[in-house]
Write a protein of this length. Structure first.
Length: 188
């Protein structure tokens, strides 16, 4: 009994090539995981090249502004805990159980800070967005004429207001999203 081979169509050939490229891309991502500093240096270099392009050609301000808003959103997700203590605290008050908040006393259970957006996903999304924005800066139909100082001022105001709200949230619920400066145990 012969088993017929699957029919080779152009769609299956494209699917095979796409999955092969996807596997190679994922292998490169997996290999870059331990090199945090080098990954971020490359991302910052790409961002500087993008901004240098924007300044030299005097255009594509909407693309730069959109990238800035997206990066700000990623940064805020990076700073936030995975489980929002304000939601847990509010639910605890509704149920009459106030023990669902972050530990505030020595005898309470320690819960580590878990980010809503892990560092690697933050880096990957930011790098991909910068590369897409850089690519968009080579197409004239993305160059929408705007008065760029208004965009810069609006972005700065948005940054200050959102960061102020985020810092107030950190102070209110007593968490620090960064690990530098903290004592590390068990490292040889």
């Amino acid at each position: 009994m012969d088993v017929p081979e699957p029919e080779q169509t152009p769609f299956t050939a494209v699917t095979a090539q796409t999955s092969k490229i996807t596997r190679k891309y994922q292998a490169c991502l997996d290999a870059s995981t331990p090199f945090t500093t080098y990954r971020w240096v490359g991302t910052v270099a790409l961002l500087l090249i993008f901004f240098l392009r924007i300044v030299l050609v005097q255009g594509w301000y909407i693309v730069a502004y959109t990238l800035g808003i997206y990066l700000l959103n990623l940064f805020l997700l990076f700073l936030q805990p995975k489980f929002d203590p304000s939601l847990t605290h509010d639910e605890g008050l509704e149920d009459g159980d106030a023990a669902a908040s972050l530990p505030t006393k020595q005898d309470e259970e320690f819960r580590p800070f878990i980010r809503r957006l892990p560092e690697f996903k933050f880096w990957h999304s930011a790098t991909r967005a910068i590369a897409i924005a850089f690519l968009c800066s080579w197409f004239a139909f993305f160059d929408i004429p705007v008065f760029w100082p208004v965009l810069v001022m609006y972005w700065i105001i948005l940054f200050v207001l959102t960061m102020r709200r985020q810092i107030q949230h950190m102070i209110k619920y007593r968490y620090v999203p960064f690990s530098f400066g903290k004592t590390r145990y068990g490292q040889a």
